[in-house]
Design a protein around this ligand. Structure first.
Ligand SMILES: *Cc1c(COP(=O)(O)O)cnc(C)c1O
Length: 388
């Protein structure tokens, strides 16, 4: 077998959309395609403002800038995390504060977040790991009680829901990623979502190099100029054309991913029932998008051996997230000393399997290969099965 970890799912529809876009006279951003796709996102997600951005990382940077996060401010997020939200905070001179996750979903634990809240806390940035919703009820309650803003890092959450609400539209601001490792892609890309007009107006200006060009285009001002700080977070209409073709296929994408995910899950269920591995928990309120499939072993040694064994079978499985508090930047530059044992253990025992629509036909074969590899490994004496 030779199964790479990820492959973008693009075909004729995407190629045709880009070819057509190239023939337009507009290659820059905020052209007719961007305008159309932003409106489509607003309709689909039932959100007031959807601003397309060059990445989710940039949408998170915009979020911190719109909130005027700065020196002395603290922003709470999980340590089991990608680097983007922490960078967005650090770039504004503020301090990321890392909270513990729950072992069942690997999402941030609201009780742990509450313990970290101080007078300096201005925002909480939960991530919906693998497109499985966080406990938003508890997080929204914290936001209300302590008057802090909730910025959802919904990079992995496109077309996933919490109590029927699209992830990214539940907090005050939501950020999407369309990177080619995500379910719906334009290669690189993202979106900034909000229902708050004041936040949106500020975000528009930050996204447009600190100018009020967007208001000018709408005819709200008769010339545009430099009105605030900002940068350029605008994707080319060419990339947005690719994104539009992907959005057209989102049902198909999700259905095929679901089939692969379900096949893995059924095959590996017996090992989970024996306590040899742990599978992802999907809470009742969460309707996921099957962004990723992971399992967790009981010990880090088992994880490392299984990763190697799967590689020998030609299956590229991977780990996830060196926790930010224990990363070189976290330890040496930020001086993090927090003890986050759940985060540490989960990150050392996690394996993600390849998951993309093209695997639909092969999922069963891969699942069987994974199962027999795991069974073979678990029957070896080097594993501490008797510990469990
Ligand atoms: C992918 C990802 C990002 C970054 O997305 P980009 O669009 O590549 O900037 C941020 N946060 C999380 C949780 C991600 O998974």
């Amino acid at each position: 077998m030779d199964i790479p970890f990820n492959k973008p799912y693009v075909g004729d529809a995407e190629r045709e959309a880009v070819a057509k876009a190239v023939q337009q006279d507009v290659l820059h951003g905020d052209g007719p395609i961007t305008e159309r796709v932003q409106e489509r996102l607003q309709d689909w997600l039932d959100v007031e403002w959807a601003l397309l951005t060059t990445s989710c990382t940039h949408a998170l940077e915009m979020a911190m800038m719109t909130l005027d996060v700065g020196p002395g401010d603290e922003v709470i997020m999980p340590s089991f995390n990608f680097v983007s939200s922490a960078n967005a905070v650090v770039l504004q001179g503020a301090t990321p504060v890392f909270a513990e996750i729950r072992p069942d979903t690997l999402n941030v634990d609201p009780a742990a977040v509450e313990e970290k809240i101080t007078d300096d806390t201005v925002a909480i940035v939960p991530i919906h790991y693998g497109g499985v919703a966080c406990d938003m009820e508890a997080l929204l309650a914290l936001g209300e009680q302590y008057d802090v803003t909730i910025v959802e890092d919904a990079a992995q959450g496109v077309d996933a829901y919490w109590k029927d609400q699209p992830l990214g539209t539940i907090g005050d601001i939501g950020c999407y990623s369309f990177h080619d490792t995500k379910n719906v892609t334009s290669g690189e890309g993202g979106a900034f979502l909000t229902d708050d007009d004041a936040i949106a107006k500020r975000a528009e200006i930050i996204r447009e190099k600190g100018t009020n060009r967007s208001a000018f285009y709408r005819g709200e001002v008769d010339k545009y100029s430099w009105v605030d700080e900002g940068s350029s977070y605008i994707p080319s209409d060419l990339l947005v054309a690719l994104l539009e073709a992907q959005l057209d296929r989102r049902d198909e994408i999700k259905e095929k991913r679901k089939q692969v995910w379900t096949t893995y899950r059924k095959a590996l269920r017996p090992l989970a029932d024996e306590g040899l591995i742990e599978l992802q928990t999907i809470p009742d309120d969460a309707d996921p998008n099957y962004h990723l499939f992971y399992l967790r072993t009981n010990t880090p040694e088992e994880r490392d051996e299984l990763l190697t064994a799967l590689k020998e079978e030609g299956i590229q499985a991977t780990f996830h997230y060196v926790p930010l508090h224990s990363s070189p930047y976290g330890r040496e530059t930020l001086g993090c000393t927090a003890e986050l044992p759940v985060t540490q253990h989960c990150s050392e025992t996690l394996i993600r399997l390849p998951l993309y629509p093209q695997l639909q036909g092969e999922a069963r074969k891969i699942a069987e290969a994974v199962l027999s590899t795991l069974q073979r490994k678990f029957s070896k004496a080097s594993f501490n099965i008797e510990q469990k």
